[in-house]
Design a protein around this ligand. Sequence first.
Ligand code: FA5
Length: 345
Amino acid sequence: MALTDDLQQFTAEAEARFAAAADPAALEAVRVALIGSNGREKELAKAFAAAPPEDKRALGPVFNAAKQAAKAAFEAAKARLSAAAEDQPVDLSLPVARQRAGSIHPVSQVAAEVEEVFASMGYEVADGPHVELDEFNFTRLNIPADHPARDHQDTFWLDHPQHGRGARLLRTHTSAVQSRSYPRLKPPFRRVVVGTVFRYEAVDATHDNTFHQVEGFLVDQDITVAHLVGTIRTMLTALLKRDDIEVRLRPSFFPFVEPGFEVDVRLTKADPASRFARWMELLGCGMIHPQVLTAGGIDPEAWQGFAFGLGLERLVMIRHGIADIRVMNGADLRSLRQFGAGTAL
Ligand code: FA5
C-alpha cells in the first residue's frame, strides 16, 4: 500500500529533521514544512481521507502513529533547544543594560503619607469632585455671591456665575468637601481629603493654577484651638522630616472659620538670600464657623470642630528644598527624578 510507505517515510523524515534542527528558526521551518497547516502531514491526511473504506481500518493506526511520532519529535527538539538556551554561560561582569524605571511623583508620595498619618489618628479618607457647584465651594462655606473673599479664589467657571448656587466651577479648595460632608455625617466624625484644586492665578515661584490640597476636619464636643494646633504639629512633624523648621501661627481671615489662622514655615539654616529663609504660607485653619455647621445641618451649640487646608506642593517644596513650584507640574523628568521616591512599575 503506497500510503503506508509514505507514512513510514514521513515518520522517518520528521524524526531526522527535527533532531537536526540547530536553532529555533530552523525548528520552526521544519515544523511548518511537516506538521504546519499546509505541511506534509496535511497532504497525507487528505490522501488518507480519500483511501477506499476497506483500507482505512488498516491505515488508521499507521496514520495516527506517524502523527504522534512527528509531534513527539517536534516536542523533543523544542525542549532540547530551550534547555540549550538556558544553559548559556552568564557573564556577571558585563555592564547592565540601563532600565529606566519610573518613580513616584513627590506630591503623590506626600499625599500617600498624609493619608497614612491621618488614618493613624482615626480619620476617614474622603474625596470629592473636581467640577463642583458654587453651593459647596462657596455658598455653604459662608461665602455668598457678593462676598469679597471670592476674589482671593477666582476660578474657571463652567457656567456663568450668575447661575448662583447651581453654577459649576473647578473647585478652588478642598474645603468644598467639608460642605458636601456635613449633611451626610452624624457627629462626632473626622475626615481627611487629598485632592487637586484649581485657581485662575498668576503663576509664579509659589503659586500654580493647578495644585493639591489636604483638607482635614473634625467635629466633636469640647474641641478647642489646642486640638487644632496639636493636630497640625503632629502632621508637620510626620511629613516635613526636617529638624531645621520654624513654624508660626498668625491670625487670619477665612469666612468659614472663626477664629482663623495661617501657618507659615521657614528653614532656620537656609542661606539668608534663599526663598526658604523667608516665611512661606503653608496652610489655613481655624474653628469651623457656626454658620457653616448650621448650613450642613449640625447644631453648633452641641458640636464644635476645627478644619485646615494645606498646599501639598508647598509642603514638598519645603521638605525637599525646591525653590520653584513649577518644577512640580512641569514635564522635566530630570528634576522630578531627583525627588521621586520608590519605583512605579
Ligand atoms: C484655602 O484654600 C482654605 N480653604 C484653607 C482653609 C481650610 C482655611 C480650612 C481654614 C479652614 P488658601 O487660599 O490660603 O486657603 O490656601 C490654602 C493653602 O493652599 C495655602 O496655604 C498654600 O499652601 C496653598 N495654595 C494656595 N494657593 C496656591 C497656589 N496658587 N499654588 C500653590 N499652592 C497654593
